[in-house]
Design a protein around this ligand. Sequence first.
Ligand code: APR
Length: 238
Amino acid sequence: MLNFGQFRRVTVLTGAGISAESGVPTFRGEDGLWRQYRPEELATPEAFARDPRLVWEWYDWRRRLIGACRPNRAHHTLADMEAGLPDFTLITQNVDGLHHMAGSRRVLELHGNIWRLRCTREGTTHEDRRTPLPDLPPHCADCGALLRPDVVWFGESLPSEILEAAFAAAAACDVMLVVGTSAVVQPAASLPLIARQRGAAIVEVNPQATPLSDFADLVLRQPAAQALPQLWERWQHP
Ligand code: APR
């Protein structure tokens, strides 16, 4: 068992699995979104250029689904850890906004946020949590151009300042918790390997094995809403 009291700089990377117990479907599990839909038809710039209404109907459906979901104990535990630890960075691949809703203040959203809309002409963004959206596809109130979800699609680059902060947090930490991700999508999947190369301990929280499992110093083969509260309890009272 790792002596968590020794760790000073903590970085956490989360994926869709941390929101599974809130009712948000993951992407690659049995009932995963990519089992039912083809990502190249819905989550690429080409798909949006080809049929913006279809892409928006899918995102509007996901927004309505996610809008009914609430953070679970795993999200709340990470918010508690941020408040209780001197040097804590949360990086997420999730676009559902549940970390913010649970009280996490500083969240590096690598893949954007499904509640933000971005003007395809001006690049301006604003939050709009209405579900369903009044008209699909939505247009910019200022210039009339199409709005898109402010998320990163396959083939697009991640927001550079957020990605740089994430790489820096991976390189600087002495422990990284990797929670609820299949660890197959780049560049997020490189973050734990960077941390490990720099000597950090790696803790994986996932009911299933992933390509990262063999590199982890500790694997908690449990759902995150069970594993994280227990881990934080032991961390505070070794
Ligand atoms: N607790 C912890 N982990 C869980 C739970 C749970 N309750 N339920 C499922 N998992 C794990 C699964 O075993 C799987 O390894 O969560 C992982 C989810 O993997 P994916 O569905 O691939 O989601 P993710 O890793 O976040 O995908 C990364 O791919 O499609 C893109 O942009 C999308 O951000 C996403 C990225």
